[in-house]
Design a protein around this ligand. Structure first.
Ligand SMILES: [Zn+2]
Ligand SMILES: [Zn+2]
Length: 254
């Protein structure tokens, strides 16, 4: 399985528009972070997790020619605002399958009503096939079981997804014990580490490291990173040897 980090930044991305923060001004390409998303590929299957405002650029940079579906974690704009840009895939492939919690499907319908309209459709509008994701109901994609992981982003429910020995969790603040059982024996865990200081709805660096200690994956990568985490090169130096900061366009084999 091949995992490409399409974006590893928090909601505003790095650099932030108009910011003179040193991390926003960094020349290190690893300090340039688009909004979070990953591409997961195995055999001939291609899925993306989330579809944020940088989706178009991410598809172009990585020369993605088809997608078999989009798995949504939650409805926040940094994870959903690029949905209109599935159009080129829709024109070639037809309705694009989207997998999400029922609540998230409802939110997408409000924001992109024209995509979901059943009549008087604008001819250029894309269309989707809705698939509801239900906790404790793994679903099969391309011959493997996808296990939804139900976690909390402050008071908002979010889904993480496990693909075989790989799990992707973002925008997490709390994970209960039952869900922790779904994360045993992972080769790679991806989880959010927003910044150094505490935050209401995201793990900071210390919480993300504690979480990795509990889950004990072979390797962990941090994502959904704010400029307030610091320079990539500096932060990586202080991490345990099996823990890494992800960066945009990093590709890993799982
Ligand atoms: Zn987010
Ligand atoms: Zn969020």
């Amino acid at each position: 399985m091949k995992v490409t980090f399409l974006g590893t930044g928090t909601s505003q991305g790095i650099p932030i528009i108009g910011s003179n923060h040193p991390v926003c001004l960094s020349d290190d390409p690893r300090d340039k972070r688009l909004r979070v998303s990953v591409l997961v590929e195995w055999n001939s299957n291609t899925y993306v997790i989330d579809c944020g405002p940088d989706f178009r650029q991410q598809m172009l940079t990585n020369k993605v020619e088809k997608i078999d579906g989009i798995l949504f974690t939650h409805e926040h704009a940094d994870h959903t605002a690029g949905l209109d840009d599935i159009r080129p895939f829709f024109f070639k492939q037809g309705d694009i399958p989207i997998y999400a919690h029922k609540r998230v499907l409802g939110e997408l319908k409000k924001r992109f009503d024209y995509i979901f309209a059943s009549e008087n459709r604008y001819p250029g509008a894309p269309a989707v096939e809705e698939i509801e994701v239900i906790n404790n109901e793994p679903f099969r994609l391309g011959g493997i079981d996808i296990v939804p992981i139900d976690v909390m982003h402050d008071k908002l429910q979010v889904f993480g997804y496990r693909f075989d020995k790989f799990a992707y969790l973002t925008d997490v603040k709390h994970v209960n014990e039952e869900e922790m059982h779904k994360l045993h024996d992972l080769d790679v865990l991806v989880v959010n580490a927003l910044r150094i200081t505490a935050h209401q709805s995201h793990f900071n660096l210390e919480e993300a490291l504690d979480f990795v200690e509990k889950v004990k994956p072979k390797k962990a990568y941090f994502t959904h990173i704010s400029h307030l985490l610091g320079f990539h090169a500096e932060v990586e130096k202080i991490l345990p040897k099996n823990v890494f900061l992800a960066y945009d366009n990093l590709i890993i084999d799982v």
